[in-house]
Design a protein around this ligand. Structure first.
Ligand SMILES: Cc1cc2nc3c(=O)[nH]c(=O)nc-3n(C[C@H](O)[C@H](O)[C@H](O)COP(=O)(O)OP(=O)(O)OC[C@H]3O[C@@H](n4cnc5c(N)ncnc54)[C@H](O)[C@@H]3O)c2cc1C
Ligand code: FES
Length: 233
């Protein structure tokens, strides 16, 4: 069976896509044995996409662990849209899979010593900050949603903020709680185990809520992976 992976970057001109993956088990270990020039069998892209509301001016992107790659993709898409000011926060409990550098961009509301950033995003002019519990230099000591909350609470006006998040379920649950507390719209990209990836096996279903009541089961592979936070938590 295939394994689900996010697209981190896509070059429409050359037809290349980049994925960034962590070796965790059999499938990703086999993938790691592939060499440049080898071919692999893929199916995709599958599922839906983040949608930016007309009222959004401050997209707040939160990526945790293997939820980091889709946030890079989203930042790449958003950076050239006029009047949007994306802010990306990435959390990891293992060393970040890129060379961490101090950001050249300061952001009011974020402590000056929380300065570690992803250089690619800095080069794009997109503000990013990193969080970890591991004491990495320049990173916020805590979770991504906690730094996001610090920033939100420093603002007089939070209208225009919309949260987009991807990461493990406990992180997404915490992000949904933070967004609800501050009445900020929030879209989540769920991580579920997948088998067929075409909507046939129901191996990836999650309960879908309306007004806090489960009204249906939705397939993450074709109905998602992106859902509004209030439909999930
Ligand atoms: C929509 C989506 C996008 C993803 N994007 C990325 C990405 O960009 N980069 C990346 O490194 N990983 C990503 N993942 C997670 C990736 O699919 C799993 O790490 C991979 O399937 C593990 O396969 P394996 O055979 O190596 O491990 P397995 O032997 O199958 O499992 C090893 C460990 O990983 C856990 N695991 C397996 N599958 C998943 C899963 N789907 N979600 C969460 N935990 C899982 C298992 O519980 C086990 O602990 C994504 C998952 C989803 C659903
Ligand atoms: S993986 Fe089969 S329905 Fe989603």
């Amino acid at each position: 069976m295939r394994r689900p992976y996010s697209i981190m970057r896509a070059d429409k001109q050359s037809g290349h896509i980049d994925i960034l993956y962590k070796v965790v088990g059999q499938g990703s270990s086999l993938l790691a044995t592939r060499k440049e020039g080898d071919t692999i069998q893929c199916l995709g892209p599958i599922g839906n996409e983040f949608t930016i509301s007309a009222s959004t001016t401050y997209p707040l992107l939160l990526g945790g662990g293997v939820g980091i790659p889709p946030m890079v993709f989203l930042a790449d898409e958003l950076r050239n849209i006029k009047d949007l000011h994306p802010f990306v926060i990435m959390g990891s409990e293992i060393p970040f899979p890129f060379t961490v550098k101090p950001s050249k961009i300061l952001l009011p509301g974020i402590p000056n010593d929380v300065i570690a950033a992803m250089p690619l995003l800095d080069d794009w002019g997109v503000v990013s900050r990193l969080t970890s519990q591991q004491g990495y230099q320049g990173c916020y000591q805590g979770y991504a949603h906690e730094l996001a909350e610090k920033w939100v609470e420093s603002l007089d006006d939070t209208s225009g903020i919309e949260v987009f998040a991807c990461g493990p379920t406990p992180m997404l649950q915490a992000v949904a709680g933070f967004a609800k507390k501050h009445t900020i719209p929030c879209q989540l990209s769920l991580e579920e185990h997948m088998a067929c990836a075409v909507g046939g096996c129901a191996g990836c279903v999650v309960p879908f809520k309306e007004n806090d009541k489960v009204i249906a089961m939705k397939r993450v592979c074709v109905d998602g992976p992106i859902f509004n936070a209030q439909n999930i938590f």
